[in-house]
Design a protein around this ligand. Structure first.
Ligand code: ZN
Length: 340
């Protein structure tokens, strides 16, 4: 199954990003690196303190929702509010400006703290299209982040992706999967709790893990394409991890299912949040002996071995192009190209 689309994950308890980042930074410095070796993928690097302890404090959350300094980003049916003034960017509204909307049913979820400023996201999907367009017109427009993400400041694109992914999860989990009763948002939007007193199950945001892998034999790598992709686009193989399967096993299975090759080594490279709608892409390299491929035509339209020279000569047009530049797929290919 090819993906670069996804779901969201229960956070480690009690540690916001800032302390975790500082810990990693200290570790890196101890190992002689100046900076953490994060690969800096698009849609990563949100950089907000997710304030796990504070967001459990209802009084603190309500106070932040009433604080004129708090900011909110808006989402309407998976589209983020984007401005196109001097540059393409996120629209940060003061939470007071959205009070009417929020009172009308757009319950804000807490994303984190930017310094002392609380940042929320609110979902306006309940509004009819004309109303949403009218609202957006004063600031910009509701747009698909995948279309504009690569053109935005990186961190703001990451925050909008986070907002979109978290709000998508809320829309899809309005009812308890155990007893079918309605659920309500809790912990500032990081839990949904079943309203049936006999059940009371807490449901947490989650992420669907997907593996994405550059398969190579040292000199050539495997790229394939799906019929639904833009004309000419070729990319690495990918697929969702199945229950009871390690990541390495998922890589080997997907490669075999999609192109009939048996991999011999699998090594982890890096990961990219891909909340479109709810995945995390786990990037790998896999080696295998050069061999003819047989591909499952229901998933892959074509697949082939490509030399570095062939990829460097890519015309980037409808005859052949590499994957979008905000994708980990592109990064896996470019890192491999840089080595030979
Ligand atoms: Zn329930």
């Amino acid at each position: 199954m090819a993906v670069q689309g996804g779901r969201c994950h229960r956070r480690a308890q009690g540690s916001g990003r800032a302390p975790r980042f500082a810990r990693i930074q200290r570790l890196c410095q101890a190992r002689g690196h100046d900076k953490p070796s994060f690969p800096g993928h698009f849609y990563s690097g949100v950089g907000l303190d997710r304030a796990d302890a504070l967001r459990r404090d209802e009084a603190w959350v309500v106070a932040r929702q009433r604080d004129p300094e708090s900011r909110v980003v808006l989402v309407w049916r998976n589209r983020n509010l984007i401005c196109r003034a001097a540059e393409i960017d996120a629209v940060w509204l003061r939470i007071g400006e959205t009070a009417v909307l929020i009172n009308g049913g757009a319950e804000p979820v807490f994303l984190g703290r930017d310094g002392e400023t609380a940042v929320f996201a609110a979902d306006l999907s309940h509004l009819p299209e004309a109303e949403a367009e009218t609202l957006a017109a004063a600031h910009g427009a509701f747009e698909d982040l995948r279309a504009v993400g690569p053109l935005m400041p990186r961190r703001n694109g990451a925050i909008l992706a986070y907002a979109r992914g978290l709000l998508y999860w809320h829309r899809r989990h309005r009812f308890c999967g155990i007893c079918g009763s309605p659920t309500v948002s809790a912990q500032a939007g990081h839990v949904r709790r079943c309203t049936n007193a006999d059940c009371g199950t807490e449901h947490f945001p989650r992420t669907d893990p997907a593996v994405i892998m550059l398969v190579h034999d040292g000199e050539r790598c495997v790229l394939g394409r799906q019929k639904i992709w833009p004309p000419g686009m070729h990319s690495t193989l990918a697929g969702f991890v199945e229950p009871g399967e390690s990541l390495e096993e998922a890589v080997a299975r997907e490669v075999y299912e999609e192109v009939g090759l048996t991999v011999s080594t699998v090594t982890y490279e890096s990961s990219q949040p891909w909340p479109f709608p709810s995945s995390i892409m786990l990037g790998f390299r896999a080696t295998c002996a050069h061999a003819p491929m047989r591909f499952a035509t229901d998933e892959i339209e074509s697949a082939a071995w490509f030399t570095r020279a062939a990829l460097r000569a890519s015309p980037e047009d409808e005859s052949f192009r590499l994957p979008r530049r905000d994708s980990i797929a592109r990064r896996l290919i470019e890192d491999w190209l840089a080595e030979g």
